[in-house]
Design a protein around this ligand. Structure first.
Ligand SMILES: *Cc1c(COP(=O)(O)O)cnc(C)c1O
Length: 398
């Protein structure tokens, strides 16, 4: 042990964890976390190699499953989510796949919120289905429907909250209680809130999933993902999938996410403040029929959101008059906002869910989900909010 070895304290607040946890300083005494672009590691002797491979000695073996930069990111995110273990992955989708492969087997059943990321639906239906795992979909906020959908072979409940794009808020405490009463695990995709705004494990969930591509990066640069939970489910079962199947996060991307995490708390506060100001302003605009944002008292789960999120987050959507034509006019009249479906970036992005992210749904499915042709989604960035308002006002006025 070196006197310069960094000190970590589990009692630290989230800003401190996000800046300091997980970096084991080397003999070079570097201040910023190093990147280790190495595929393998050297042993002092054949006996040491044998002991490390055999698990009697802790140590790096091969970067598919042991890399110091990736481990720093995993330890930092585990501390932020309040979990025992974290497994980083090559993307958010790889995190969801590794979770399902780690906890499910052929013949199992999964109950999912109907309002989840489009590729997650394809993963469940087309790919898990092929390996004998069936999925039922229920409305996020209908607790009775969740209870009815659970079968004797149900092993996993899966949600995102708030939902995309309508920001419905699911009751994590109630769903965790239901899951455990029925012998299931609850997994929460915490991409929209990040651990700064919502800590699903503290509310009773078993597994937290991230697309690090979004707010953890924060500037739209790298792909990555992570799974957080207990030492058995994540540290052994999900880790075993990563070690064997190899959807591994690169050390460079892990380093970018470490730098992103250092500013996560101030960014999430700023995203929430900008989105709150924009949502209130949109509610006053004559061309806007309805605004969906958990920070508005008009939101159907406003009270619930207040109890499980520390701030409403950066995503909102709104419905304009004039259907698709009206929505496209707002989008096409912007000059600054980026027309892209990505989110969690310092740059504000705008998208038309009905013809992009939710374009694969039938008209009937889309209507049932409430995703009308007049709906516009904005992932509010960190620009001056008045400039975002001015950019949107042009198309709303027309
Ligand atoms: C983007 C996203 C994913 C998938 O993450 P990738 O990093 O793109 O693979 C999963 N869930 C949610 C909610 C997302 O927004």
């Amino acid at each position: 042990m070196d006197d310069f070895d960094p000190y970590f304290d589990p009692a630290w607040g989230s800003a401190t964890q996000a800046i300091r946890t997980g970096h084991a300083r080397t003999h070079e005494r570097e201040h910023s976390e190093p990147i280790y672009p190495t595929s393998s590691y050297v042993f002092a002797s054949a006996a040491e190699a044998a002991a490390t491979f055999g698990g009697e000695r802790q140590g790096n073996i091969y970067s598919r499953f042991t890399n110091p930069t990736v481990r720093t990111f995993e330890q930092r995110l585990a501390a932020l989510e309040g979990g025992e273990s974290c497994v980083a992955t090559a993307s958010g989708m790889a995190a969801i796949l590794a979770t399902c492969m780690g906890v499910l087997q052929a013949g199992d059943h999964l109950v999912s919120s109907a309002s989840i990321f489009g590729s997650t639906v394809v993963l469940f239906n087309k790919y898990l289905g092929r390996f004998g795992i069936d999925t039922s979909y229920v409305p996020l906020t209908d607790l009775e429907a969740w209870e009815r959908a659970i079968q004797p072979n149900t092993k996993l409940l899966f949600i995102e909250t708030p939902s995309n794009p309508l920001t419905d808020t699911g009751d994590i405490r109630a769903l965790a209680e239901l899951a455990h009463r029925k012998g299931c695990l609850l997994a929460v995709d915490n991409c929209f809130c990040t651990p700064i705004l919502q800590q699903p494990l503290a509310l009773g969930a078993d597994i937290v999933i991230h697309s690090a591509t979004k707010y953890l990066d924060g500037q739209g640069r790298c792909m990555g993902g992570a799974v957080v939970g207990d030492a058995k489910t994540v540290g052994e079962d999900v880790f075993g999938v990563l070690r064997t199947a190899g959807p591994t996060l690169s050390p460079f991307n892990a380093w970018v996410f470490l730098k992103g995490l250092e500013t996560l708390k101030i960014r999430m506060a700023a995203h929430s403040a900008n989105a709150t100001a924009l949502a209130s302003w949109l509610e006053q605009q004559s061309g806007v029929e309805r605004v969906y944002y958990p920070g508005l008292s008009s939101h159907p789960q406003y009270a619930l959101a207040q109890t499980q999120q520390s701030a409403p987050g950066g995503i909102l959507s709104f419905q304009v008059a004039g259907g698709r034509e009206g929505a496209w006019r707002v989008i096409d009249s912007t000059r600054m906002l980026s027309i892209t479906a990505n989110l969690g970036d310092a740059k504000t992005t705008i998208t038309h869910p009905a013809t992009t992210t939710h374009g694969r749904l039938s008209d009937q499915e889309r209507d049932a989900a409430g995703i009308t042709q007049g709906l516009v989604r904005v992932a509010v960035g960190l620009e001056d909010v008045v400039d975002i308002q001015n950019d949107l006002a042009r198309g709303l006025a027309g």
